[in-house]
Design a protein around this ligand. Structure first.
Ligand code: NAD
Length: 484
């Protein structure tokens, strides 16, 4: 599926069980953001490629949708085993296109394979209404049928993990998929498809490597695509929702986040700081659930800021090629580092205080120093918009009411957390937080069984958990006239 041209590999797309260049013959370069070097080229998909992939998926749906849960489950279990067996290679490939530490990228593979295993099991135990007679002489039953061809559109921050969130429930329930990874990070999805190609009938999984701007609209508006599942920016999600309305497609939108972390005065400041060291800076803070917005109580504020800055200064970061066990690598691109730097500078110009970090190293690659900013205004850009970088802000609240009000006062609603020693305060606050997830004395723990997804402009639909099986199926009611 690949050939080596000018020292970098040129990949092909995976359509209907075989490998193909783009119909136009055009390619897109893929960079390693930790060095700025071009590491591969992939096909730049266009309308003809989209048409071929969607047609292949639509044809494959006719038979894949009629397979038994056992057949699909066994295929997913094999896929999980293949991921595990190739975790080192896939993780290193992931690291090379995202700039994330290799150890972390390799660890993402076992989390991803577990999603396939979870959905392999979950699809065999569907639940629902009992079959019964709601009208005399009529027996009613409810089926959950697959939706059809699903366009699965993934972001660059966890390329294969996000793909697994989508592929697991979609394939387990009998849908067929056209997967579009981010054009910045298509390599792991293409290699994954190559590794698992023999486990799925042709056309059940197709992978197109084109950019969202060049071919995204074609995929989303294709009349034979019945559902679009996108994980990405809220602006992209809104655009896709508008396009999908044209053919009334089902949508699954996992969009941006701006997670608040309320640290009450009775919290363990050291525990909160230790958890935020990981949850705020993991993947260079390029995480929709990143613990990026701390709202701390008046008594604990100074102690917490001091503990957090100690933790942040201990973060080991740099080029993933230098060591496997770094805490943080590069950001995804120079342009993204520019964006992060701009937001930090504007926050400081607006009188927020720099506690630690705030600079970019003078070397190739898209790096930004782990940063803590204190006392930004609630209505400032750095509080209201996604930074998506290694930057955590800390605000000082005056009372519980203000803490909750500030936490909710953003347009996003994906994830949040509360640190407190009081179970009553934790549960009271969790109830009032308008976010899809609330962690208590914790942040950023997920399992395949737990639902992940947002409210407000973070979108709708759940990844992981049995709720994802609902998202990827449609309810069909059948009534039989039994006579008497
Ligand atoms: P992005 O919106 O730029 O791109 C996401 C995907 O959408 C990519 O594959 C891209 O090519 C595609 N795309 C772009 N325009 C398109 C179009 N017109 N039609 C179809 N597809 C199109 O997002 P990103 O920069 O890759 O990822 C970062 C964003 O993702 C952040 O906002 C982050 O919060 C969000 N995110 C959310 C979750 C979640 O679970 N809610 C998880 C990870 C990332």
């Amino acid at each position: 599926m690949t050939e080596t041209l000018n020292r970098v590999k040129t990949y092909q797309q995976f359509i209907n069980g075989s490998w193909a260049d783009s119909a136009s013959g055009e390619t897109i370069d893929v960079e390693n953001p930790a060095t700025g070097e071009v590491i591969a080229a992939v096909p730049s998909s266009g309308q003809a490629d989209v048409d071929r992939a969607v047609e292949a998926a639509a044809t494959a749906f006719e038979s894949w949708s009629l397979t038994t849960p056992q057949t699909r489950s066994l295929a997913l279990l094999k896929i999980a085993d293949i991921m595990d067996a190739n975790a080192d290679e896939l993780g290193r490939l992931e690291s090379s296109q995202t700039g994330k530490p290799t150890g972390a990228a390799i660890d993402e593979m076992s989390v991803s394979s577990d999603l396939f295993r979870f959905f392999a099991g979950a699809c065999r135990v569907p639940d629902g209404l009992a079959v019964t007679e709601y009208l005399e002489g009529h027996t009613s039953m409810v089926r959950r049928d697959p939706v059809g061809v699903v366009a699965s559109i993934a972001p660059w921050n966890y390329p294969l993990y996000m793909a697994a969130w989508k592929l697991g429930p979609a394939l387990a329930t009998g849908n067929t998929v056209v997967l579009k990874p981010s054009a910045r990070t298509p390599l792991s999805a293409l290699r994954f498809a190559e590794l698992v190609a023999d486990e799925l009938p042709a056309g059940v999984l197709n992978v197109l490597s084109g950019s969202g701007s060049a071919m995204g609209d074609m995929l989303v508006s294709h009349p034979k695509v019945r559902m679009v599942s996108i994980t990405g920016d809220t602006v992209t999600g809104k655009h896709i929702a508008e396009l999908a309305a044209g053919t009334v497609k089902r949508l699954h939108l996992e969009l941006g986040g701006k997670a608040p972390v309320i640290v009450f005065d009775d919290a363990d400041a050291d525990l909160a700081a230790e958890i935020i060291k990981s949850a705020g800076y993991w993947n260079s803070g390029q995480d929709c659930t990143a613990a990026c917005r701390v709202i701390a109580g008046p008594q604990i504020f100074d102690r917490f800021v001091s503990a957090l800055s100690d933790q942040v200064r201990s973060i080991k970061w740099g080029n993933p090629a230098d060591a496997d066990d770094l805490d943080m690598g590069s950001l995804i691109a120079q342009a993204h580092a520019d964006k992060v730097e701009g937001m930090v500078n504007r926050a400081l110009e607006a009188n927020a205080e720099l506690v630690t970090g705030g600079t970019r190293p003078d070397r190739p690659g898209a790096y930004f120093e782990p940063t803590v900013i204190a006392n930004p205004e609630q209505d400032s850009e750095i509080i209201q918009d996604e930074v998506f970088g290694p930057v955590v802000t800390v605000q000082r609240f005056s009372d519980e009411e203000q803490a909750v009000q500030w936490a909710n006062d953003v347009r996003f609603g994906l994830a949040s957390s509360v640190f407190t020693g009081s179970i009553g305060k934790a549960m009271r606050t969790a109830r009032r937080l308008q976010f899809g997830t609330v962690w208590i004395n914790e942040h950023f723990t997920l399992a395949s069984e737990t639902p992940h997804g947002g409210v407000k402009e973070s979108g709708y639909g759940k990844d992981g958990s049995k709720y994802a099986l609902e998202d990827y199926t449609v309810v069909k009611h059948i009534t039989i006239n039994t006579g008497v």
